[in-house]
Design a protein around this ligand. Structure first.
Ligand SMILES: Cc1ncc(COP(=O)(O)O)c(C=O)c1O
Length: 384
């Protein structure tokens, strides 16, 4: 479903990695929106480390921050305070309009933390998530994830999760009740193939949650960090979630996740923890990444519009969807083979669900690069 891309043969040799991914190209380094493979071949990176590389590869300020913080202290551990962790929590609270932050190391952990926090705060068990939603692979997050294909082999999962149709407020209103602890959803579904709900949907979900005393928990792991042109995607609809999970692009590719909460929703000592969570290198880099994201964010909407306009000119593209630089194009033909051809011609795109190409480039991508990438895609689709 989340296919890799074939290119050079370095990855085809037997190695000792578990068989979780379809990898072919061996990437060695990157600069800005370009990455280079082991033969020195250059690719325009329209995947951006699956939305982790927010501000570009080899960004000089990020590199400097990693080096300077690593030379001071890497992980003082959560037995101690550290300056960057406190500052980053303050920044995320102010960006989100919420109050409290817990740091972890990935998206799935952020969702685990959010689920535990919702259960602890409400004292209730039931969580409503969305059909086609994706929240990660650890057992709690996997229970919230919808796709049965990812879950079947790992049952029994965590009980208490139900799924309703995404984008349909009535479906949620029918399922929710006073026994519901939380409603968990992505503002735009990423792994489902960039599914944007109808305008006003999040606002309706917020209202339904309030009426039922259920928490609104947003998974902004893919849609957050400026990707859609606002720091959090929920800010397009001015809703106020109770809990938000972020990860991916927050530290430009360093492993970091966070659970952000408001309204006095908090853990008590001993409820939750993470050995690496809030380590000084990731926090310092996240602070620097956010600073650069804030400079890039005003341009994201326009870049997205250019990207969409260029994709829509391509005959064999049936539909383009998404917001800002979180985009997908539905194509006529096989997305895997198109992605392979794109790689041969020097652009990395993510094939999904058989007929979708997903684009999550660094927010620093330039107009010229968008034209370069869409030209490659056009050449492949129209000469097919
Ligand atoms: C919306 C969403 N939630 C959770 C996750 C899981 O994040 P991670 O792979 O960092 O555990 C992902 C990853 O694709 C995601 O897109």
């Amino acid at each position: 479903m989340r296919g890799g891309i074939e290119g050079n043969t370095a990855g085809e040799k037997m190695n000792n990695l578990m068989n979780c991914y379809a990898k072919e190209i061996t990437l060695e380094y990157g600069k800005g929106c370009n990455v280079f493979d082991s033969s020195g071949k250059k690719y325009l990176d329209l995947i951006g480390g699956i939305a982790t590389c927010s501000v570009g590869h080899g960004n000089a300020e990020i590199v400097k921050t990693v080096a300077s913080q690593a030379s001071k202290i890497i992980n003082p551990s959560n037995y101690f305070h550290s300056e960057h962790e406190v500052k980053l929590a303050e920044k995320l609270a102010s960006l989100s309009g919420l109050e409290k932050v817990f740091f972890c190391n990935s998206g799935t952990e952020a969702v685990e933390g959010a689920i535990k926090l919702a259960k602890k705060h409400t004292g209730k068990q039931k969580i409503i998530a969305m059909k086609n939603g994706f929240h990660g692979r650890t057992l709690g997050a996997l229970s919230a994830t919808w796709n049965p294909k990812y879950k079947e082999k790992f049952k029994p999962l965590v009980p208490g999760f139900e799924h309703v149709e995404f984008g349909n407020a009535n479906a949620l209103a029918e399922k929710i009740g006073k026994e519901t602890a939380a409603v968990l959803l992505e503002p735009i579904q990423g792994e489902a193939g960039i599914i944007v709900p109808p305008k006003g949907y999040l606002k309706q979900v917020e209202k339904i949650c309030k009426e039922n005393e259920a928490l609104l928990v947003l998974d902004e792991i893919q849609s957050g960090n400026g990707r859609t042109g606002k720091f959090f995607c929920f800010q397009h609809e001015s809703v106020k979630p109770n809990i938000v999970a972020i990860a991916k692009g927050i530290a430009n590719g360093l492993p970091m996740g966070a659970v952000i909460s408001g309204n006095g929703i908090d853990f008590e000592k001993g409820d939750h923890g993470s050995t690496f969570g809030g380590n000084s290198v990731c926090c310092a880099v996240a602070l620097k990444t956010i600073e650069i994201i804030e400079e890039l964010m005003p341009g994201v909407g326009k870049k997205g519009e250019l990207f969409v306009a260029e994709l829509e000119k391509i005959g064999k593209i049936k539909e383009v969807r998404g917001k800002g630089l979180m985009l997908a194009a539905k194509i006529e033909g096989d997305a895997n083979s198109v992605a392979k051809e794109c790689a041969k011609k020097g652009a990395l795109v993510n094939p999904m669900h058989g007929n979708l190409l997903r684009f999550l480039p660094p927010l620093s991508i330039g107009g010229k690069e968008i034209l370069q990438g869409t030209k490659i895609i056009k050449g492949i689709l129209e000469n097919d």
